[in-house]
Each structure stands twice: as C-alpha cells, then as structure tokens.
Design a protein around this ligand. Structure first.
Ligand code: SAM
Ligand code: SF4
Ligand code: SF4
Length: 367
C-alpha cells in the first residue's frame, strides 16, 4: 500500500462498519481481543545473545534502522492512543535494548498519561537486559513506568558471558534489579530463556538467588524465532522439564488457574517464599488467548511473533492523519488476524510446506 491510498483504506474500513471508540472489544478472526501492545523503540542492542542477535549475523556492518527510520516519540504516542481506543490495556516497551533509546523517559512520561477505554490508567511495563538499569531506574520510575522485566539467563559469569556474548558481569544486572526494587518498580520479573546444554545448569542457581526476594523468575522455552538460526527441537527444554528440575530442590504449589495472568504458568514456593513461572511457548502454545500486537521501531505492525511480514502503519503516522484514522487501520488489520504459529509449528516447519522462515527478527519486534 502506498502513502496516497492510505486514507482511502481508512475510509473504506469506516464504510464497512469498523468504528472507533466502540466499547466492544476489537476481536480477530479467532475471537481474540486486542489487549496488549509491545512497542519496540529501537532495534539495536548492546548484547549479542546467541539465540537472538548472533554476532556473525548482527556484526559491525549490520543495517540497523537509522534514527531517521525510527518512529519519533510523538508518533509512538499517537500509536499508543490509537491502540488504547481499540481496547489495549497494557503497553510493554521493548527493543532491541530499549534503554539505549535516548530520552526514553520523555516517551514514558507521555504514555503514562494515557487511560484505557474503561478509564483506568494504562499499564506500562518495560523489558530490558538490565545492563543500564542501575543508572536509569529512578528516572524511569519518576517518568511513570510501572513495572520492569529483566532478562537474565545465568547466575554464573562464564555462562552469562557465553550466552550474552558481551563482557558484562552478572553483578551489573543484579545492581540494576536492586535499583529497580529500591525505587519501587514492582513487581520485578526475571525472564530466563533455557537452552539445552547451554544454561540448563543455571535453572536451580537462578531460583536459589531470587527465592525470598520478591523477584519472580520465569523460565521461557527457547523458541524458533527470527535470530535463532541454530534452533532445533532438541535444544528446547520444556517447561515441564524445567519445573521438574526446580522441584528437585524446591517444592512448588500451582497457583489456582483463575488467578493465572498472561503467558506464564505460575507456581508458589511451598514455604511461601515467592513465585516461579514457566512459559511453555513451544510445548504448550497459548495462541488461543494471544491478545498481543507488536509494533517495530520503524512502525510495522506484526500480528504474531512469527509473522514474516508486517503492516506498514507509517501512512497514518503523518501529521495529516488522525489518531482515529490510525485506529481504523490497526483495527482493519486486527480483524483479519488468524495467526497461531506455535499451535501449527510441527506442520509449518515441515520441509516442503511452502512457508517461508525465518520469521521477523526478535530484536526488531521485541519478544
Ligand atoms: N533486550 C531486551 C531484553 O533482552 O529483555 C528486550 C528485547 S528481547 C528481544 C525480549 C525477550 O525476548 C528477552 O527476554 C529474550 O530472552 C527473549 N528472546 C529472544 N530470543 C528468544 C528466543 N529465541 N526464544 C525465547 N525467547 C527469546
Ligand atoms: Fe539484546 Fe534482548 Fe536480544 Fe539479548 S535478547 S540480544 S539483550 S535484544
Ligand atoms: Fe501469539 Fe503468534 Fe505466539 Fe501464537 S505464535 S502465541 S499467535 S505470537
């Protein structure tokens, strides 16, 4: 689609009865509402996690987005307003490494003023590798950030360095977590991707480290997304296997289903000293309840983490297009959505299935 016919599409969508501000949820073809927005603010990162941005692909000459190609904060706020009109209740800021985006606090300040359709404050969270968090936790909190999730795959420095492929010690990430806790960015979650033979030795040390601190550790199955070129089924440690490893030392009690939130299946330590979560994105997909839209730092809307192509929203991010027109464009795309890649993985990945993979880069859409 080009810039000229964009407003025509918006008008057409209106004519087909797609209206904005309607309190009924925006449902996709599988009846899933649009509730969460993952907003990527930058595609660059100071880490080179082997499962996400392997150094041989993301080298010095990698064509990252230029600052001119990235959306401005003004455009991101406009986006967030449009998504709020469509029923989004939570915005997660991500990247690449979002804390590399200069002046991020000013974006957060503006997003924190938004309300949901039901008049509640917009939930605002950030996912980060934690390396710059110690310096920024206070200003992020002051700007209005609600919660932070820190990715940390190991406690042991050697394993951490091997996985992140940078010369940063684990202590720096722990300082970031502590700073976030100290300023009240709570509850803090720590996400660890588990890759067989790489960091499975770190499952118990991670649980030991955070037990009783108020920080919930969540283990994520290694997924076959974008940058994960070396992915194979044999490298996936299932959530069930991970839980059995945790339970070999720490008795866990499942949290009642009705109290479960989001993608993780959460357990409590039997002695009450906190929670551990397991995200079974590969072995037990949760596509049926997937209410997430992702927008890359250059304004492409992705309806699934495994999408091969996005929808360009930039035609509606110009000064001449209104928030309402942008919302209509997003809604028109969402109501066409039928993605459920993780449920279809075994069929889709078969050689000769005709599908094109790898998918969009994780560092572009932000996980
Ligand atoms: N740089 C930030 C960070 O690491 O938290 C935000 C962006 S990162 C792409 C978001 C999340 O995606 C991280 O928790 C990371 O571990 C996860 N991730 C990246 N590649 C993955 C893969 N192949 N399988 C599972 N999770 C992955
Ligand atoms: Fe960077 Fe996060 Fe990807 Fe690691 S997972 S390379 S920290 S974007
Ligand atoms: Fe959602 Fe796509 Fe992941 Fe399924 S595979 S849970 S539709 S992002």
């Amino acid at each position: 689609m080009n810039l000229i016919d964009a407003p025509i599409v918006a008008e057409t969508a209106y004519r087909h009865g797609v209206s904005v501000g309607d309190p009924t949820p925006t449902l996709d073809k599988l009846n899933r509402p649009l509730r969460d927005l993952r907003l990527s603010v930058i595609d660059q990162c100071n880490f080179r996690c082997t499962y996400c941005m392997p150094r041989d692909v993301f080298g010095a000459d990698y064509p990252f987005l230029t600052s001119a190609q990235r959306l401005s904060f003004e455009q991101m706020v406009k986006l967030a307003k449009a998504f709020a009109q469509l029923g989004v209740e939570k915005i997660r800021i991500t990247g690449g490494e979002p804390l590399l985006r200069r002046g991020l606090e000013s974006l957060i300040e503006q997003l924190a003023k938004l309300t949901t359709l039901s008049g509640k404050p917009m939930e605002l969270a950030l996912t980060t590798n934690g390396s710059l968090l110690a310096a920024k936790a206070r200003s992020l909190r002051d700007a209005g950030l609600g919660r932070v999730t820190v990715s940390l795959d190991a406690v042991d420095d050697a394993v951490f360095r091997r996985m992140s492929d940078v010369d940063i010690p684990v202590s720096r990430i722990l300082e970031g977590i502590e700073a976030a806790r100290a300023v009240g960015l709570a509850p803090i979650k720590v996400n660890a991707v588990v890759e067989r033979g790489v960091n499975d030795s770190q499952i118990l040390p991670l649980v030991r480290l955070f037990k009783g601190t108020g920080v919930a550790v969540r283990f994520i199955e290694f997924m076959d997304v974008g940058g994960a070129g070396g992915w194979s089924n044999t490298k996936v440690i299932t959530a069930r296997e991970t839980r059995e490893i945790v339970e070999s030392e720490f008795p866990l009690v499942p949290i009642v289903i009705g109290q479960q939130m989001g993608t993780a299946v959460n357990y409590r330590h039997a002695d009450g000293a906190g929670e551990v979560g397991f995200i079974a994105s590969v072995s037990q997909p949760f596509c049926g309840s997937c209410s997430r839209a992702r927008v890359s730092a250059d304004g492409q809307l992705y309806s699934c983490l495994f999408a091969t192509q996005g929808t360009d929203l930039r035609p509606w991010l110009t000064e001449t297009a209104s928030v309402e027109q942008l919302a209509v464009a997003v809604r028109s795309r969402w109501i066409q959505r039928d993605d459920r890649y993780s449920e279809l993985r075994s069929t889709v990945r078969k050689p000769g299935s005709g599908k094109v993979y790898p998918t969009v880069r994780m560092s572009l859409v932000g996980g």
